[in-house]
Design a protein around this ligand. Structure first.
Ligand code: NAI
Length: 212
């Protein structure tokens, strides 16, 4: 069925459902009720049902959901039934750490290229992917059907590089640079700021300490 307009909050919760369902699948569990899933994930059963109702409810019949079916449905909703080809711009500490992380590939995110403007890094390989100079990016994107770029460069150059990527046909950007990107409507941007999580943690820690 065609999903109706789904809130970003619901979309943001789907990967967590998928992780839990993946673990259940690996354990050989075939069915699970919303109550059991609720206990496991520490969210209310009504939240789970509401989330799933956005997509038609996934046919909970008799005793609970079919784990395999639910896993497949959520994977498809997240577009994980298709492979995505990625490039990473900035092959420093973070870029190399991401390039070394194999789990992206298991989810269908294939890292095809690494780019950096530091000549000392050109030719260095990370898991068989060699770091290329920036002037090869346009040609590489044309010939490799790249749809996602990961930005692990300083904020001073991220806006300019994002503009170039858009010109070269990028469709989505995972942005680690601490700056807001100015991209045309239709280009998807997801910002990742680990320091935001640390600040949230710091806030909660200081609240907890005051209560003691
Ligand atoms: P790094 O200095 O190790 O790597 C940055 C790389 O970008 C270097 O290899 C450099 O040569 C390259 N670079 C710089 N300007 C470029 C340009 N115009 N074109 C192509 N390549 C260029 O830094 P690190 O630790 O890997 O961090 C990368 C960026 O990510 C930093 O700006 C940092 O602030 C940010 N960061 C963000 C985090 C987050 O949670 N959002 C967490 C950690 C870092």
């Amino acid at each position: 069925m065609e999903p109706r307009e789904i809130s970003q909050a619901v979309i943001g919760r789907l990967p967590r459902y998928l992780r839990y369902l993946g673990d259940l699948k690996d354990e050989g569990i075939e069915r699970i009720s919303s109550q059991e899933l609720s206990k496991l994930m520490k969210v209310t059963a009504s939240q789970i049902r509401q989330d799933f109702n956005n997509f038609g409810g996934f046919g909970q019949q008799g005793y609970g959901y079919n784990v395999e079916h639910l896993y497949e449905e959520i994977s498809n909703i997240l577009g994980l039934d298709q492979k995505h080809q990625l490039i990473i711009i900035g092959a420093g500490n973070l870029g190399q750490a991401l390039a070394n992380y194999m789990n992206f590939e298991r989810r269908g995110f294939i890292i095809k290229g690494l780019f950096d403007n530091n000549p000392a890094l050109h030719g260095k390989t990370i898991r068989g992917i060699s770091v290329q100079p920036m002037d090869q990016m346009e040609e590489f994107m044309k010939t490799n059907n790249i749809d996602i770029a990961v930005l692990t460069i300083p904020k001073t150059s991220a806006v300019e590089i994002a503009e170039k990527l858009v010109q070269y046909g990028i469709k989505a950007i995972l942005n680690f640079a601490h700056v807001d990107l100015n991209v045309p409507a239709g280009i998807q941007v997801e910002n990742v700021h680990l320091s935001d999580s640390l600040m949230k943690l710091s806030y909660n820690l200081s609240c907890y300490n005051k209560e003691q």
